[in-house]
Design a protein around this ligand. Structure first.
Ligand code: AVJ
Length: 344
């Protein structure tokens, strides 16, 4: 993805592939820079030529998209972030003492706000050594790294910028690791993809190491739909921004203003689906993909699925992927689920 970042005053060593700054306690690797843009084009082309058309959700998260997501989490209707944070506060000490973790690896770390709840618990237990945030947004990883080393004197941060599906191999070597994948992001993957993702994550973990997996719970569809259709329109702006990202990446000419955000509950697949519906017919040119798309009025592009789970569905997801569920936490509110799983 494009990263219109301000030049880093603590200049990278281009030969190392890694960037150092903020003293010895921050390191950020950026393997995505080395990845061929043709991979991005091939992936977008594959999605856009499916029926219905799809754009992979990871393209939401350019710097603007990451900011819009942070604003979504502040909307009154979008309960998952607050619910998960409240649940983490209830269970953090239990998780830290059960796992003995000295190193926290976070897949899709974002602003790492909720992460602090676990880092605080590790610090209280005298077990806080290393935090490894992985995220597609470089700005986000750097900001989190700077803030966290300042806040925790015993902590080192080794960030990895990249697509977590493609770059799991970049996770540094194990100490006593707890891998966390929060926010219900596993729900953004199709069931088969979620399983292969967890399997490849597990293949890089040692037997007995733990995974803390956040899943949003199945509940009243009205509550779910409200969470993805906030009154302020922030989710709509987030959804539409993906077309701007694709236009920038591929030189395409999606007419962003002619699309509308829709986010209905799909009961059969127990998931929210985010769609962009074209209000008017249009021909979209995507030169980098050597593709022209004829979009009919009313035709829709699927930009995200957000699958919701119950205990049984979560246990079978983990079981199919080489993990055993040790604890299923839902806390006093019961809106959100956290699974503590162990690599078999
Ligand atoms: C936190 C990435 C899982 O699916 O709820 C929020 C993304 N999309 N509103 C989710 C999202 C629309 C979010 N994840």
């Amino acid at each position: 993805m494009d990263r219109p970042e301000a030049p880093d005053p603590e200049a990278p060593d281009p030969a190392s592939g890694g960037r150092r700054g903020g003293g010895r306690r921050i390191r950020v690797d950026h393997p995505l820079e080395a990845v061929d843009r043709r991979h991005v084009f091939a992936e977008l082309r594959a999605g856009l030529t499916e029926t219905p058309c799809r754009i992979p959700s990871k393209y939401f998260y350019d710097d603007l998209g990451s900011d819009l997501f942070e604003r979504i989490t502040e909307q009154p209707e979008y309960y998952p972030t607050r619910a998960e944070a409240a649940l983490l506060r209830e269970i953090a000490d239990d998780v830290v003492s059960r796992t003995g973790a000295r190193e926290l690896v976070e897949i899709g770390s974002g602003a790492a706000t909720k992460t602090r709840i676990l880092l605080d618990a590790m610090e209280r237990a005298g077990q806080l050594h290393l935090y490894v945030p992985m995220d597609v947004s470089e700005g986000t990883v750097r900001r989190a790294a700077r803030e966290l080393v300042e806040r925790y004197p015993t902590l080192s941060v080794h960030g990895v910028v990249g697509d977590f599906m493609a770059h799991l191999g970049q996770i540094p070597d194990p100490d006593e690791r707890l891998v966390i994948f929060l926010g219900g992001t596993i729900g953004n993957l199709e069931p088969a993809t979620a399983r292969s993702f967890l399997r490849s994550l597990g293949s890089q973990m040692h037997a007995g190491e733990h995974l803390l997996l956040g899943v949003d719970r199945i509940k009243d569809p009205a509550v779910l739909e409200a969470a993805y259709n906030d009154a302020a329109g922030v989710t709509a702006a987030f959804n539409l921004n993906v077309l701007t990202v694709v236009n920038r990446l591929t030189g395409s000419d999606f007419d962003v203003a002619s699309f509308r955000h829709r986010a209905p509950w799909n009961a059969e697949k127990h998931r929210i689906e985010m769609w962009l519906v074209a209000e008017t017919a249009q021909r979209v040119r995507l030169p980098a993909l050597e593709l022209e798309l004829d979009v009919a009025a009313g035709e829709a592009i699927l930009t995200e699925i957000s699958t919701k789970y119950d205990r049984v569905l979560a246990a079978s997801l983990l079981d199919d992927s080489g993990f055993g569920m040790e604890r299923w936490y839902t806390g006093s509110e019961g809106l959100f689920g956290l699974c503590l799983a162990v690599r078999r």
